[in-house]
Design a protein around this ligand. Structure first.
Ligand code: NAD
Length: 317
């Protein structure tokens, strides 16, 4: 494990900014190189600018740092992606093809590819099973479904050890989300701790699969460290944390902030949410590499509120 040299592409985002700290805690600071198309907010000696649409530059970085593992997080997400579908397809696919080819050519041993519940559509019918039919409704979902199949192809054809999770909406206090349909579930906490009213862009009863960041980190490293023979799904593993609606989340928040107020004004994201399953069956992840989420809704809510109060310096109010 100590000999790994890791490159995180898209390290400034909601997941990357937390994952880089998490992996550095395991492998050591100098063994985890962070890169993104833009500079990070906090200066990082192990950060380099990289536009992953530039395959030549990516190859140079893999060689320069003798990279053994790549976490490819760069992508345009579901809601933002709908504003410019063809550009979203280009960026999501071009960056991934560059990762696949540059990794193959430069001896990278393992790749992490984050997929999404957005690969599912109307035919997943409420509960998405591992092999439910994939009929994604967004360009983002289409690109993730294609990426999953390319992962499987590169594994079978070239033996590239690619591991992937279909993340549900991720809830974090450390970082802000970057334009997904589940972003409300982070924004709501910021409003709640500041004592502000929250207007939700999804309807009260829209149940979606979500996961707390700390569970997402655990699942990611657990999968990446599993022995190769345990990783039987080479497209992408279903992953489930918890499922809830805005109304249920608001009720959970009121257990800690009783006067929290919410109203509902669904926008274009409602249609995307309606095309996604409400629940995810992650039996394969549980069976193959021992996945178990640790967080319930109230446990997550309490931790989010305590952490955000500290961030906003409201702890003594
Ligand atoms: P994000 O939008 O917060 O971060 C993506 C990062 O990629 C940004 O910092 C951006 O600057 C960077 N980036 C964009 N184009 C780039 C390029 N050409 N070269 C280098 N960097 C580039 O996204 P996130 O929420 O951190 O998600 C990370 C990955 O996880 C994505 O692939 C996303 O599809 C997947 N995912 C996220 C969620 C979620 O809820 N956050 C759920 C499912 C899947």
């Amino acid at each position: 494990m100590k000999s790994e040299r890791i490159l995180i592409i898209g390290s400034n985002g909601q997941i990357g900014s937390v994952l880089s700290r998490y992996l550095r805690g395991i492998y050591g600071d100098d063994r985890v190189i962070a890169c993104d198309i833009k500079q990070p907010v906090v200066q990082d000696p192990y950060f380099e600018i990289l536009d992953a649409t530039n395959g030549k530059r990516l190859s140079e970085m893999l060689r320069k740092h003798k990279v053994t593992q790549v976490y490819h997080l760069a992508a345009i997400l579901s809601a933002k992606g709908e504003q410019d579908p063809l550009r979203t397809w280009d960026i999501n696919m071009q960056t991934y093809f560059n990762v696949l080819e540059a990794s193959r050519e430069n001896g990278v041993r393992k790749i992490f590819y984050p997929s999404s519940i957005a690969v599912f559509g109307a035919h997943a019918n409420g509960i998405a099973e591992q092999y439910s039919f994939l009929d994604p409704s967004t360009v983002y979902g289409i690109s993730k479904a294609a990426g999953e199949n390319w992962s499987n192809y590169y594994f079978k054809r070239y033996g590239l050890d690619i591991r992937s999770l279909r993340y549900p909406g991720i809830i974090s206090h450390q970082s802000l989300p970057g334009g997904g349909t589940t972003d409300y579930a982070v924004d709501i906490f910021h409003k709640a701790v500041k004592g502000e009213h929250f207007e939700c862009f999804l309807s009260a009863g829209t149940t979606l699969p979500m996961i707390y960041m700390s569970d997402a980190m655990d699942a990611t490293v657990r999968l990446m460290e599993a022995s190769k023979d345990k990783v039987c799904v080479r497209t992408s593993y279903n992953l489930s944390g918890l499922s809830f609606s805005p109304k249920q989340l608001a009720s959970s928040i009121r257990k800690f902030i009783p006067d929290f107020a919410i109203s509902y004004k669904p926008d274009f994201r409602q249609q995307i949410a309606d095309s996604w399953p409400q629940h995810i069956d992650d039996t394969f992840a549980r069976k193959d590499w021992g996945w178990r989420p640790a967080y319930t809704l109230d446990k997550m809510t309490e931790e989010m509120i305590v952490a955000l109060r500290k961030q906003y310096d409201l702890i003594h109010i």
